[in-house]
Structures are given as structure tokens and as C-alpha cells.
Design a binder for this molecule. Structure first.
Ligand SMILES: Cc1cc2nc3c(=O)[nH]c(=O)nc-3n(C[C@H](O)[C@H](O)[C@H](O)COP(=O)(O)OP(=O)(O)OC[C@H]3O[C@@H](n4cnc5c(N)ncnc54)[C@H](O)[C@@H]3O)c2cc1C
Length: 585
């Protein structure tokens, strides 16, 4: 097996991975950096982000406001030391992107423009029309090209980490073009593998978001934290799940039920305000968990709009007018016309909540270090945790920058002091990883299909871990996931060739999703309270006495994971009531 010698290997070339690579190249110019990605960097999911990125910039805003919006939005499950670091670094990172060429929208006077966003009680979301993620990723990618020490391995699929002597020392990856296994020897590894939304049948995520990074770390012994917290975004297209950014509502779009009534006022989200005015604090700018739950409430009450794709509510943007729509939300208009045949300038758009984001992920400390020495993690695959039980929109694009940068600093200083590894032990491990793949090619039974198992997995995820959950539902889904993980051992490949074998990659991705799914469902089953995005019909109240804690899921082979708990770091904000009524206090 060919071995590639590097100093720091980064798995993932989305926003977090690219930001880490640039920081490493700048901070430690002598380090060799291997940037490994299963897709060309610009195809990473960061590219699909629309709405924007939050950072304090306006005179009426303050770090304190960003802190409290984030911690309250997260239902007090955020680690407040991490949030403190995050909010202070956020504007620096966004300004740095500006200098690297990210075309932020401007005010009339030429200063950076911001828009409101859900759960942010002050406008602080920087944006580049509704293509913010594309421009961020582009600015990062083109900047990364100027550093020759960043060696790219595009279309390499990382399979497993190499761990010996109690520390991570590299990984194995399949070169997709040839089907050959490669071994990367590294002093430190950063995982920036993105989210895992494809575990769910109806989601906004790119096909590549299959939780590979989370699963690799988990199998190597690093725990997954707060996996039960799954964000449903209120406004997905009902047929494809394609996201209509929160900026639709930030720019003044409103949500209506079948009677054309702005129902959010019935769910503790404030009085009705004039149509077309951006409304802060209330109504359409409530946090995502609350708005999605309210839509579910309307469906239960029979007040939803019936469509060919099931129950929906209306997103009405007609009053914004064509000029504003084309200036601020051109992509949204395109999406509605292309995928639904409706023009939002003239017609109301049916929408329904869609699985969007994983608050949980690989447990890291505020320096992006996991509990496995030599292994660091950043971005959506990590849980540091600034998002707690519910992420506020526009915090994630900044999180990937702040903690991608932080992971690089930690990995560089760790790599400087690392002793050489045991070559024989690492070789044996890499060969064992290769044998696992070979074994997949050898199987000939037709017992289990990839598509069949994946369908059963996504169905059970929706049943057990939807917007509202019950003990019975989650018990049933845990049992099903355990069964699927056992049946996965009999999976068979139909394509036995080497070049771009997507059958093999789908099989590996399915295995990763099943590992993440079981960690998620088991953590949810054990959390007997309702907090943020984890809402239970049988335990409706938040229980700070028992559950003001992070759940930690540990991999146990084919057995269910063991779940442990870890204290939340509270510095200055004691748990309180989340109030989005807009009432003056
Ligand atoms: C449609 C959509 C809109 C969004 N809009 C916003 C927004 O407006 N504001 C906001 O703050 N957040 C938004 N988010 C969330 C945010 O965009 C993501 O959380 C964030 O971009 C994730 O970045 P990342 O670098 O962690 O991962 P990604 O950008 O997903 O990159 C993951 C990388 O890992 C690589 N990878 C994965 N597995 C492997 C493997 N096995 N081997 C090799 N490489 C691998 C991939 O190739 C990819 O390069 C949105 C998300 C979606 C889905």
C-alpha cells in the first residue's frame, strides 16, 4: 500500500477544512499539510449555504447580545466558555474573509450590511445576497491555492483512523479514481467532515453529508456529544426538501396557515406586526425549533394546507416585490421556479419543516481537541459546543471558520512535540482496514441491498427522531437500528470494479450513517426531558436538575453505545425562560 508522509492530515475540504489548512500554512509554514476530500472542495456542503454568517459589527450590537442570543437559543446547553471565544473571534474571521475577497453586501454608505436572522434579537448576519456559502467557500478555496504546502487529495474517501499508543497517527483512504487504498502517516489529524443529514429521508443536506467523520472518530474511541439534537428548518420545499433560507423571513416573508392567518402569534412568538417590515424578536424570526414546532402544531389542528406532498403552510413573499426579491433573494426565486414551478414574486410557496443540521458531533474542548490525543475536529461534525440544544441560523458558517482556525493552531502545536510512531503496528492496522474492504468485494450472497437498508434506516429515523418524540417511538427505532447494523454485516456489492466504484462508497457511507444513527437514537431515548430541538410528548418540560448535561455516546462495536453525561460549562448566564414574545421587560 502506498504511504503518504505528511505532518497534519485534514479530512474534509469544506469551510472548516479549508480554513484549517490556510491557518496551518500561515502559522507553521514548514508543516506538510494533506487536505483530503471525497469531493472537489467547491462541492462541499458549505457551498449550499444561503442566508449568511453572524458577527457583531454594528454600533447598536455588542458581544453580550450575541452571547445571550446564542446561549438562550441553545436552551442553555451551550458551553459558555466556547460561546465567549466564538463571539469574539466571529467578526475577525468575517473581516478576514472580506480581505480574501468575499463580496459581502453593503449599506448605502459602503459599510458591511447585515440582516436579521431567527433568534438573533439584533441584526448581525453578514450576507452575500442569498449565496453566502458559495462566496465564503470560494474565497477560502482561492486563498488556499497560494500555499504550496497544502497538498490536495481530491476524491479520496477516508475510511478509518490509525490509532496506536493511545493517539491518532494517520488514516487510510481510498483513491476513488483507481480504487487503491492509501495510507496517510500524520503527526496530527483534523476531522472536518461535515454533517450527517442524509440519515433522514427528508433533508436539506447534500448527498455527501453522511457523517463519515463523526463515525470514524466514534469508532476510534472519541465520544459523540449531544447527538439527539437535530435541527428541523421550518422552510423546506415540500417535494425535494430544498432549503428556502431563513433570509426569506428576515427580509419580510410571512408564514400563513390555510386560513391565511399568521399562526406564529398563537405559539408565544409575539404580536402581529405590519406585513413587509422586518420584525425582530417575534413571529417569523423566532428560533428554528419553535417555528418548526408551531408548524407541526398547525398540522395537528387541521389548519395546514393540503398539497400533493402532504401538509404544508404558506410562505408569502409577494409583498416584497420583484426588485427586492431579485436583489436580496435571487437564488430563492430561482429555486421556487425551477423545482416547484411557482414564482414567489406572484405566488405563495407551500413549505414544510425539513431536517437540516446536527447540533451534536465529535466532542471537542474549546481548543478543538477531541479526547483522543492527536485528533482534532471542527465544523458541523464537531460539538464544541456553541449550539447547545438548538443552533441559531447564521452561527454555523462562523463556527466553521472560528474553530477550523482554532483546530489548526492546536494541531500545529501538538505536531511540534510528537514522537515517532510504531511503524509495524501502524502498517498492521492499515492492512486490516484494507482487508475489511477486500472482504466486502468477496461476498456473494444477495441477502441485503444497500438501497434497501438505507430506506429502512431513513424511515426509522423519521419515525423515532422527528420534531416530536416519544419513548415508545425511540425504543422501537433503537431496536430497528440495532437490527440494521447487524444486517449490514451481510451487505453485498454488485459492482466489483475499481474505478469510481460508487457502490462501494455508498456501502461505506451507509455503515457510517448507521453508526451515527444509533448513537443519536440511543442518546435521545435516554434524555427524558424536552429541550430545544429535542421535544418529547411524554416528558414535555425541561429538567435542569437531571439533564442540564451533555450526553456522550461511546462506541461499543455491534452493541448499543453506552451513554454517559458531562457537565455544561456555565460562566455568566444561568438557565432561564426562552422568551420570544417580543414583550418589553
Ligand atoms: C442548504 C443549507 C443552507 C445552509 N445555510 C446556512 C447559513 O445561511 N448560515 C449558516 O451559518 N449555516 C448554514 N448552513 C449550515 C452550514 O452551511 C454547515 O453547517 C457548514 O457549512 C458545514 O461546513 P463543514 O466545513 O463543517 O462541512 P462541509 O462543508 O459539509 O464539508 C465537509 C467536507 O468533508 C469531506 N468529507 C466527508 N466525508 C469524507 C470522507 N469519508 N473522506 C474524505 N472527505 C470527506 C467532504 O468532501 C467535504 O469536503 C446551511 C446548511 C445547508 C445544508
Amino acid at each position: 500500500m502506498e504511504t503518504i508522509q505528511t505532518d497534519v492530515a485534514i479530512i474534509g475540504a469544506g469551510g472548516a477544512g479549508l480554513r484549517a489548512a490556510i491557518a496551518l500554512a500561515q502559522e507553521a509554514p514548514n508543516l506538510r499539510i494533506a487536505l483530503i476530500s471525497k469531493v472537489y472542495p467547491m462541492r462541499s456542503h458549505t457551498c449550499a449555504a444561503e442566508g449568511g454568517a453572524a458577527g457583531v459589527i454594528k454600533p447598536d450590537d455588542s458581544y453580550d447580545h450575541h452571547f445571550h442570543d446564542t446561549v438562550g437559543g441553545g436552551d442553555w446547553l451551550c458551553d459558555q466558555d466556547a460561546v465567549e471565544y466564538f463571539i469574539h473571534e466571529a467578526p475577525k474571521e468575517l473581516m478576514q474573509l472580506e480581505h480574501w475577497g468575499c463580496p459581502w453586501n453593503r449599506e448605502e454608505d459602503g459599510s458591511v450590511a447585515v440582516r436579521p436572522f431567527g433568534g438573533m434579537k439584533i441584526q448581525r448576519t453578514w450576507f452575500a445576497a442569498d449565496k453566502s456559502g458559495f462566496h465564503i467557500l470560494h474565497a477560502l478555496f482561492q486563498t488556499s491555492l497560494q500555499f504550496p504546502q497544502i497538498q490536495r487529495f481530491d476524491e479520496y474517501f477516508a475510511t478509518d483512523l490509525l490509532v496506536d499508543d493511545g493517539r491518532c497517527q494517520g488514516l487510510t483512504a481510498i483513491e476513488m479514481r483507481t480504487g487503491q487504498m492509501r495510507r496517510f502517516n500524520a503527526k496530527a489529524v483534523i476531522i472536518a467532515g461535515g454533517g450527517a443529514g442524509r440519515m433522514f429521508p427528508f433533508n436539506t443536506n447534500g448527498n455527501v453529508n453522511t457523517g463519515d467523520g463523526m463515525a470514524m472518530a466514534y469508532r476510534a474511541g472519541a465520544p459523540l456529544k449531544d447527538m439527539e439534537f437535530v435541527q428541523y428548518h421550518p422552510t423546506g420545499l415540500p417535494n425535494t426538501g430544498t432549503l428556502l433560507t431563513e433570509a426569506c423571513r428576515a427580509e419580510g416573508g410571512v408564514l400563513l396557515n390555510k386560513d391565511n392567518y399568521r399562526f406564529l402569534q398563537d405559539y408565544g412568538m409575539g404580536p402581529e406586526t405590519p406585513k413587509g417590515k422586518p420584525v425582530l424578536k417575534t413571529m417569523e424570526l423566532g428560533p428554528r425549533d419553535r417555528v418548526s414546532q408551531a408548524i407541526w402544531g398547525e398540522m395537528q389542528k387541521g389548519r395546514a394546507v393540503k398539497t400533493d406532498w402532504g401538509d404544508c403552510v404558506w410562505l408569502d413573499m409577494r409583498h416584497l416585490g420583484e426588485k427586492k426579491m431579485d436583489e436580496r433573494l435571487p437564488f430563492v426565486r430561482d429555486i421556487c421556479i425551477s423545482y416547484l414551478g411557482l414564482d414567489p414574486v406572484h405566488e405563495m410557496i407551500p413549505i414544510r419543516p425539513v431536517m437540516h443540521y446536527m447540533m451534536g458531533g465529535i466532542h471537542t474542548d474549546t481548543k478543538s481537541a477531541t479526547s483522543l490525543p492527536g485528533l482534532f475536529a471542527a465544523g458541523e461534525c464537531a460539538c464544541v459546543s456553541i449550539n447547545g440544544a438548538n443552533r441559531l441560523g447564521s452561527n454555523s458558517l462562523v463556527e466553521i471558520l472560528v474553530f477550523g482556525h482554532r483546530a489548526a493552531l492546536s494541531a500545529a502545536s501538538y505536531a511540534a512535540g510528537v514522537r515517532p510512531g510504531n511503524e509495524a503496528a501502524l502498517t498492521a492496522q492499515a492492512e486490516a482496514n484494507q482487508s475489511k474492504i477486500r472482504e466486502l468485494f468477496m461476498r456473494n450472497s444477495d441477502k441485503e441491498s444497500i438501497a434497501g437498508l438505507r430506506k429502512e434506516m431513513t424511515d426509522t429515523m423519521e419515525e423515532g427522531a422527528g420534531i416530536y418524540r416519544t419513548q415508545e417511538g425511540m425504543d422501537k427505532s433503537c431496536k430497528k437500528l440495532s437490527e440494521l447494523r447487524h444486517r449490514y454485516q451481510d451487505i453485498t456489492l454488485h459492482d466489483k470494479t475499481n474505478v469510481y466504484n460508487t457502490d462501494l462508497l455508498s456501502a461505506l457511507e451507509l455503515g457510517n450513517m448507521l453508526d451515527c444513527a444509533e448513537a443519536l437514537m440511543t442518546s435521545g431515548r435516554e434524555r427524558k426531558e424536552s429541550r430545544g430541538a429535542h421535544q418529547r410528548l411524554d416528558y414535555t418540560a425541561r429538567d435542569d436538575v437531571k439533564y442540564l448535561k451533555h450526553s456522550m455516546a461511546y462506541f461499543k462495536g455491534l452493541e448499543a453505545p453506552s451513554i454517559d453525561y458531562r457537565d455544561v460549562v456555565i460562566t455568566k448566564s444561568q438557565p432561564g425562560v426562552r422568551d420570544y414574545s417580543g414583550a418589553k421587560k
